[in-house]
Ligand binder design. Structure first.
Ligand SMILES: [Zn+2]
Length: 299
């Protein structure tokens, strides 16, 4: 759905139902295909000064650097998977942030490119060796039919029209090139527990809220062959969701107490993750993990 046409971007239907109201925003579901979206939508091109200050600020940078090791470890795993579908060549990471993924890609022999609207992040990622444009992918002067792989980690849900965006990206890929997409799963157990308080609804930032079903349809509509789609998550996400669910809207003292009580549960979940094999088996089998990961090929 978009503000302008009010038609579903996946199926064209104009019929929708409101799932949640969050402040001045509504989370709606298409009655026909089940795509979930935010209305009214903030345009990514019209980032408010407040949002810009958050993303370009020191707090965000510190948070990002605090998880650098985790990001690099995950990047290695993702690059191994990408390489199993397409051997090393040129790679574009959309919204590459501080360039940690591209740094690992370069080490593995990929020719690394990025796009990033956050200027301090784009500047830093260039220092790590990647060729990064400080703008939206659509505005970057990138060669058509050039890339072997394009990665979109937490990007597609921010776009004004994900199907159009995927079609644009396909034009940048060589024939047989790969896309890797990761985004939050609205159909996850964590989302169901937290309801309207689910952290990843982010109605100011996230315009679309995909499930495996709706993301599969979007990728196919954009002309790709699906290779693999799965869901995954860290068990501590469930603690996040329970905490979010039981917090009060206006009792700060109670919320602070809930945060303190939750700490041992986070530690417990981190230490005994191996006990949660049945949980991981369930989320894998039924696609209920908090994040969806998809690989698809340009035909
Ligand atoms: Zn629809």
């Amino acid at each position: 759905m978009t503000n302008r046409t009010n038609r579903c971007i996946l199926c064209g239907s104009g019929r929708k139902s409101k799932e949640y109201a969050i402040g001045s925003k509504g989370i709606y579901k298409c009655d026909s295909c089940g795509l979930i979206f935010t209305l009214p939508q903030n345009r990514l091109t019209q980032f408010s000064e407040k949002q810009k200050a958050i993303y370009e600020g020191e707090m965000y940078r510190k948070m990002y650097f605090s998880i650098r090791k985790k990001i690099c470890h995950r990047a290695e795993k993702r690059l191994e998977e990408i390489s199993s579908y397409r051997t090393t060549g040129s790679i574009l990471d959309e919204g590459c942030s501080y360039g940690f993924f591209l740094e690992v890609a370069s080490e593995k022999g990929w020719e690394s490119y990025g796009t990033e609207i956050n200027k301090p992040a784009a500047d830093y990622s260039r220092k790590l060796g990647a060729k990064v444009s400080n703008c939206f992918t659509e505005d970057a002067k990138l060669k058509k039919n050039f890339f072997d792989a394009i990665t979109m980690w937490d990007v597609l849900e921010h776009t004004e029209n994900p199907v159009k965006h995927l079609i644009f990206v396909r034009g940048l890929l060589k024939k047989g090139g790969i896309i890797a997409v990761q985004l939050p799963n609205i159909d996850s157990i964590a989302s169901k527990i937290a309801g309207k308080k689910w952290a990843w609804l982010c109605p100011d930032d996230h315009m679309y809220h995909f499930s495996v079903k709706t993301l599969t349809r979007a990728i196919k509509e954009a002309g790709y062959d699906m290779i693999e789609m799965r869901t995954w998550e860290d068990p501590t996400v469930i603690v996040d969701s329970i905490v979010a669910r039981i917090k009060s809207d206006n009792n700060k003292a109670m919320n602070s107490a809930i945060d303190k009580i939750a700490i041992p549960f986070y530690i417990f979940m981190n230490k005994v993750g191996f006990l949660f094999y049945p949980y991981h088996w369930i989320i894998k089998k039924y696609n209920k993990g908090g994040l969806i990961l998809a690989y698809a090929k340009n035909k």
